[in-house]
Design a protein. Structure first.
Length: 60
C-alpha cells in the first residue's frame, strides 16, 4: 500500500507483504500476518506486483 505520493506506508510495503501463491479464491492479503487495513487511517493506493500471474478480481 502506498501514500498518495507513491511512497510505501510504514508496515505495508512490498517487503512486508506476505507472498500469495497458487490458484485461490477469497485469499486475504496480509502484511507480516496482519490483514486489517483499517488502521491505515489515510488515503492510500494499492500497488500490485506479480510475476507470471493473472489477477482475476480483487475486493476491498
Amino acid at each position: 500500500m502506498q501514500c498518495v505520493d507513491a511512497n510505501p506506508l510504514q508496515g505495508y510495503s512490498l517487503a512486508d507483504c506476505d507472498l500469495l501463491a497458487g490458484d485461490e479464491e477469497d485469499k486475504v492479503v496480509t502484511w507480516k500476518g496482519e490483514g486489517d487495513i483499517s488502521r491505515v487511517g489515510e488515503m492510500a493506493a494499492i500497488r500490485v506486483e506479480m510475476f507470471q500471474a493473472k489477477l482475476f478480481a480483487y475486493r476491498l
